[in-house]
Design a protein around this ligand. Structure first.
Ligand code: SER
Length: 449
């Protein structure tokens, strides 16, 4: 069994030994990039290197990148805690070639690392290649042939997929290209490639993606036009949490050494036993563990919870976590304990966490104290409106109430959705938007949030 620190280090060492520059993670908040709210992949800090706008003294790099996927093209928020795999914050291991090597070497490196270094069982793997789609690129027969040669796989284990899965782009604009993914079959005795693509079981059994190799060839511009990059390049990304699942012999990312200690802390504070199930309590503990990581990392980069933009995204995440703690019966501020656990566990890899430890502690406590003051009143407001919610069998929280919860009590809309899911009602989003627009007009165009 390998710890996540050992896996991270073995990955970076493997590529350093193959002439890749070890580059520290870029920040979560990409500097001077209005197209992206948070770094959502390892390639983000190299975006301009791919397009030729920036040059570096190396043409091969490797990194372990802090990523957040809560907004824009890649948004995993609703699945967090519910599935075994989704996170708002995660670490992406990657190797990059800036006009240096291309498909042949990228595929060979990935295979050698997985099979020879990590010791994964090739019988449990399948690969995918881009099957071609109008408006993107033709089918990637070249990648399919290389995979066949490198792995010795029969055709049924080299699966062709459409642009949705096998054409990667960072956002609406930026470098992009067809990709190939390596998928792993976890926890099943009968490994049948024909079952690939079926939804994994809630406990995490089944096929899931481990590594994505992007063959960067184009830059997409606003309006959709794609131009070729100065040189074909490579961008790969493998989720550290997912590799840890495989190497640590567990089914869920939340049972790896990256997340389980925070889940256990939530369990200890709430006095509720964690059973690694789909029960509401267990989902809540997983949400808290995930959101505590996002909280600690964003505050360490100087993002503080507030009303707009990134600050508001952080506030939503923190308030969701606090609400889940409240649901578990935790009556005192607790999220800062979980965030400090993140500092303890990851501070050696990301020293900014240690440098900003006091700030993480203080800001998290303050936000929780502030929100707790209104949480009970807001929940009361929902229960007072039960009549409305139930009226006509529609079970919908009226837009007016939703807006009051948001505006007066600081309940972000998606938190209302979470409560609605638990209590079995929808939120009238259109009504909410109308109220919001009116409020904005009243304040003569100044932003409410
Ligand atoms: N950019 C690709 C991804 O995020 C590979 O790193 O999957």
């Amino acid at each position: 069994m390998a710890s996540s620190s050992e896996i991270r280090e073995s990955f970076l060492r493997f590529f350093a030994e193959r002439e890749h520059e070890r580059v520290a993670s870029g920040p979560l908040v990409p500097p001077n990039d209005p197209t992206l709210m948070f770094a959502n992949a390892g390639m983000v800090q190299f975006k301009d290197v791919f397009t030729g706008k920036e040059s570096r003294p190396y043409s091969r790099a490797t990194s372990s990148q802090k990523c957040i996927r809560i907004s824009g093209k890649h948004n995993d928020l609703e699945n967090v805690g519910v599935t075994a795999r989704h996170h708002t914050f995660f670490e992406m291991l990657g190797n990059f070639s800036f006009g240096n090597y291309f498909k042949q070497d990228a595929i060979k490196f990935a295979w050698d690392y997985f099979i020879d270094t990590l010791g994964l069982d090739p019988e449990r793997l399948v690969v995918t290649v881009f099957g071609g789609e109008e408006g993107f690129a033709p089918a990637d027969d070249e990648a399919a042939a290389i995979w066949k040669d490198v792995t010795g796989f029969p055709d049924e284990r080299i699966i062709r997929c459409g642009a949705k899965d096998n054409f990667w782009q960072m956002g609406d604009t930026g470098p992009c290209g067809p990709c190939s993914e390596i998928h792993y079959c976890l926890g099943l005795d009968d490994i049948d490639p024909r079952t690939f693509g079926e939804e994994p079981a809630a406990d995490g059994r089944g096929w899931f993606e481990l590594w994505n190799l992007v063959f960067m060839q184009f830059e997409r511009h606003a309006g959709g036009r794609m131009d070729p990059l100065p040189a074909p390049s490579i961008d790969t990304g493998a989720g550290l949490e997912r590799i840890a699942v495989v190497k640590q012999g567990v089914l869920s990312n939340y049972d790896t050494d990256l997340l389980r200690p925070i889940v256990d802390l939530a369990s200890e504070i709430s006095g509720k036993r964690y059973r690694a199930s789909q029960s509401e309590d267990d989902v809540s503990m997983r949400v808290i563990a995930d959101h505590a990581r996002t909280t600690a990392f964003l505050i360490s980069e100087g993002v503080f919870p507030d009303k707009e933009g990134r600050a508001y995204v952080l506030r939503r995440v923190m308030r969701r976590a606090i609400r889940h703690g409240h649901r578990l019966g935790i009556h005192e501020p607790f999220l800062h304990h979980c965030a400090l656990r993140v500092v303890e566990d990851m501070g050696d890899v990301y020293p900014q966490l240690v440098e900003r430890r006091a700030l993480i502690d203080e800001i998290t406590q303050q936000e929780e104290e502030r929100f707790r003051r209104t949480l009970d009143r807001g929940l009361q407001l929902i229960s007072d409106n039960k009549e409305w919610i139930d009226a006509g069998g529609a079970r919908s929280l009226p837009g007016k109430v939703a807006f009051k919860l948001y505006d007066t009590y600081g309940f972000p809309l998606d938190l209302q959705n979470v409560i609605g899911e638990e209590q079995g009602f929808d939120v009238d989003h259109a009504g909410f938007d109308a109220e919001l627009a009116q409020a904005r007009q009243r304040s003569q165009g100044s932003k409410v949030g």
